[in-house]
Design a protein around this ligand. Structure first.
Ligand code: G6P
Length: 367
């Protein structure tokens, strides 16, 4: 069937708006009817059989892996190595026999990711892929392929595939935590019910469209933009910067907020907006103190946080975006929405070709 924009100006806008629906569908696919367990295709994955995970991908899919590293390590206590496929395939990494290799790819055809997968054949114990295109090369060459069920993604800049990749990876991390004795059935049930609130929260985040549009009009004047985050929000800062640069052509960088003082703070001036993703979680105070270092040097901060966070930290901030409260673990999925909408509206304000940015391809099947 022909894919249409369904009333949206761009495919990217449509795909951003679809996220509550596609994530609901992914959750319905992977969750047992009683809501208490995760269902993987036969024969399942025994996470207790591995002593490490290696995750490899390119672009936005790599940032999904980066986020999942925090999840697997925090909740399942399993070490995770991540790398971009173009580096992984040539650095000849030693692979221990009890490795689970996970390849994440929207298209399932990215040449570097496929080559990295082939490198792992016969070395890793199991090769798992997380793909949008179920009939793709990467899916076919894996021991098991898990669909993310995002539906066709037309916009070159990945949006709904990213949040669906995160959703499936979050489920895998929970499954791993249970299998490794790091999470009780009760806690799992709680986490799964939290996950089921996500579509509703995403819908509320989408309601911030007007606010984010107004902010983006101002951002479109910038030459450089920095994105900051700590913990699980760090990979999202990287993704936010990638999204903005690829479609608006504004130079953007993502940094771990604690790393700012080791160089990037030299870039701060009153012309460089700094976008901070900081839900009111255990690391909030740390991120806020980094944000204050930026403001003390004349930097203008856009703080994306929740009610509690903004109550304590809005002073001196240039712009604020108030997000719904979200269970800590799943904040990266919710905060993907403002990251995407900021990039989208900034690009629209600049008049770039949002769905088909210059020099980029949706699927990169050459090296
Ligand atoms: C291209 C696309 C990106 C995507 C990356 C990886 O560069 O423009 O949006 O993240 O490839 O693609 P994959 O299909 O492997 O997820």
């Amino acid at each position: 069937a022909r894919i249409e924009k369904a009333g949206h100006k761009h495919f990217m806008a449509k795909e951003i708006a679809e996220q509550p629906t596609v994530i609901s569908e992914a959750l319905a696919y992977y969750l047992a009817n009683d809501g208490a367990g995760i269902i993987l295709p036969d024969p399942g994955i025994d996470f207790s059989a591995f002593d490490r995970i290696t995750m490899v991908a390119c672009g936005t899919a790599f940032y999904a892996c980066y986020t999942a590293k925090y999840w697997f390590e925090q909740v399942a206590r399993i070490p995770v190595e991540i790398d971009v496929a173009s580096e992984f395939r040539y650095r000849e990494p030693p692979v221990s026999a009890n490795t689970l290799a996970i390849f994440v790819s929207q298209s399932g055809e990215t040449a570097d990711t496929l080559a990295a997968l082939r490198y792992m054949k016969g070395k890793a114990k199991t090769i798992l892929s997380v793909v949008n295109v179920a009939e793709s090369s990467i899916a076919r060459e894996s021991d098991m392929a898990l669909p993310i069920l995002a539906g066709v993604e037309v916009g070159v800049a990945s949006t709904k595939a990213f949040s669906c990749q995160l959703t499936v990876l979050a489920l895998l991390a929970l499954e791993a935590a249970c299998a490794r004795g790091e999470m009780s059935a009760d806690t799992l049930a709680t986490r799964l019910s939290e996950l089921r609130t996500l579509p509703g929260l995403l819908t509320r985040a989408l309601d911030l469209d007007e606010t984010l549009n107004a902010v983006s009009n101002e951002l479109s004047e910038a030459k450089d933009v920095l994105f900051l985050g700590r913990g699980m929000m760090f990979p999202l800062a990287l993704e936010g910067a990638l999204k903005l640069k690829e479609i608006s052509y504004i130079h953007a960088e993502g940094y771990a907020s604690g790393e700012l003082k080791h160089g990037p703070i030299a870039l701060i001036d009153s012309h460089t907006p700094v976008i901070v993703f900081a839900p009111h979680d255990a690391l909030f105070d740390k991120t806020v103190s980094n944000m204050q270092e930026v403001m003390a040097r004349g930097g203008k901060v856009l703080l994306v946080s929740d009610k509690k966070g903004l109550e304590v930290a809005r002073e001196g901030v240039w712009q604020t975006v108030q997000m719904p409260e979200v269970p800590d673990l799943f904040a990266p999925i919710l905060y993907a929405i403002p990251a995407q909408l900021i990039a989208y509206h900034t690009a629209v304000a600049k008049g770039t070709d949002v769905d088909q940015p210059r020099n980029l391809a949706k699927s990169v099947t050459v090296e």
